[in-house]
Design a protein around this ligand. Structure first.
Ligand SMILES: [Zn+2]
Length: 455
């Protein structure tokens, strides 16, 4: 994720409306083996922001079948969870925050006992589901609440096109539990698939390759996405709206409202080159396609590194590519954050410090050392400001490895994770030399690909 506060202002997009050519490009061979990462068992990998006890019983695959209702601002349907459990596990604990649960059953439709526990103001509630000795799949029928924290519902007036409403989700750090009943911990990686029903004429995109071509019938369009890599559940993301697509290169493209598409595509013209530059540094891009979704003006972040589909604020469209380092940042997360992911939010710097470091290396490859050095200098300023804001040199939250226990994990976050993390890695690089450091970093991504990591 990249915060972009100075530019998060409501922009009125005045670009001429232009219908981009919609292509059915996104059915990819999702060729990864559906292997699921094990749960780390060390003390530093325990997630204080999740109610789950994944070493007892864990989710390994989520299959969603959901309808999107813009009138009631709810998403509802079923989540079918494949689980692994100790033979004697009596229950599985999921994370929940405001879900309206109708029923819980096993694969054969046999009801399972379930109970929502006491609410924690930061974390939501545990959802405990009793397991029979042979339970390996759980089917939960539910709806999200209209105030679900992960879901942002925009009126037509809040979009560039002004004709249709828009929905997008933002799962990081612990918001996906407001619309998906699962173990919402980055240490519990899961493969997933989703069938999403939306009003006919709207397009649903997700952070995964398409599993099937969309179908429109009976007033609704049905989209299907399938992620065969095991990912942290905060990386499941959805956007629904009046969306059009334009290819940028053989494996890159941009989705946005039609009115925004020409300017977005022009600003993102270097994306294919950027993927190649990142691969040169960090090894093969392992996710198949890299597409960018440019959101309506009210996206409250700069960007979010959802796999296969970076979500970006339209405020990056400066007209002169001066803000495309934001794309380099989100792309770098395809290695740091999405391949090797912090096992819990105490180690958020492993996602963001490595990404900020890598972002500037990509910028250096593409735009030269002078541009990268300017960004590093601005980063040092941001780090120093963050140190002051977080209590000075001895402030607990100025450490790279923080303690989010008892807090909303985002409250511990600051430019420390990003800029002090990046500065630490540059220090190591300076000590051992770029060649050796690059070899180590590439090896880190390789050794921890599709795995949770701790400091
Ligand atoms: Zn980031």
């Amino acid at each position: 994720m990249k915060l972009f506060p100075k530019l998060v202002v409501v922009l009125t997009l005045l670009m001429a409306a232009c219908k981009g050519a919609e292509t059915g490009n996104r059915v990819d061979a999702n060729d990864a083996q559906a292997t699921v990462a094990p749960i780390l068992s060390t003390a530093d990998a325990v997630d204080p922001s999740s109610f789950a006890s994944p070493l007892e019983a864990r989710v390994k695959h989520v299959a969603l079948d959901l309808g999107v209702d813009f009138d009631t601002k709810r998403i509802g349907g079923t989540a079918t969870l494949d689980i692994d459990r100790k033979p004697d596990a009596r229950e599985i604990i999921l994370d929940d925050n405001g879900l309206e649960i109708e029923s819980v059953a096993d694969a054969s439709g046999q009801p399972l006992q379930w109970k929502v526990g006491a609410k924690d103001p930061n974390l939501g509630t545990p959802l405990a589901i009793a397991l029979n000795p042979d339970t390996s799949q759980i089917v939960i029928k539910y709806k999200s609440a209209p105030q679900a924290g992960a879901l942002l519902w925009l009126t037509p007036e809040q979009t560039a096109g002004k004709k249709l409403p828009f929905l997008f989700s933002q799962g990081q750090s612990i918001e996906n539990r407001t619309w998906i009943p699962t173990q919402d911990s980055p240490g519990v990686r899961q493969t997933w698939e989703a069938t999403i029903r939306v009003p006919a004429g709207m397009t649903a995109v997700m952070s995964a390759p398409r599993g099937a071509e969309p179908i429109t019938q009976g007033g609704e369009s049905v989209f299907n996405y399938k992620m065969n890599h095991s990912v942290a559940p905060y990386m499941i993301a959805l956007a629904v709206g009046d969306l059009a697509f334009k290819p940028l290169g053989p494996r890159t493209g941009v989705w946005s409202e039609p009115a925004t598409l020409p300017a977005a595509a022009s600003e993102l013209a270097d994306t294919e080159k950027m993927v190649a530059a990142a691969e040169k540094l960090y090894g093969p891009y392992q996710w198949g396609r890299y597409d960018v979704l440019v959101l309506p003006p009210s996206f409250p972040f700069g960007g979010m590194e959802n796999p296969n589909m970076t979500f970006l604020t339209p405020t990056f469209i400066a007209g002169d590519k001066s803000l495309v380092s934001l794309v380099a940042h989100e792309l770098a997360h395809s290695w740091s954050g999405n391949l090797a992911t912090n096992a819990n939010w105490n180690d958020f710097w492993l996602n963001e410090g490595m990404t900020t470091y890598a972002e500037r290396r990509i910028v250096e490859e593409l735009y030269g050392k002078k541009v990268a050095d300017e960004q590093i200098a601005l980063g040092i300023d941001s780090m120093n400001k963050a140190v002051t804001e977080k209590g000075g040199l001895k402030g607990a939250d100025t450490r790279l490895h923080v303690d989010v226990k008892g807090r909303q994990p985002d409250d511990a976050g600051s430019d420390i994770a990003y800029e002090k993390g990046a500065a630490f890695l540059r220090t190591l690089e300076a000590r051992v030399g770029r060649e050796r450091f690059d070899e180590w970093l590439k090896g880190w991504f390789n050794r921890h690909a599709f795995q949770p990591v701790t400091s």
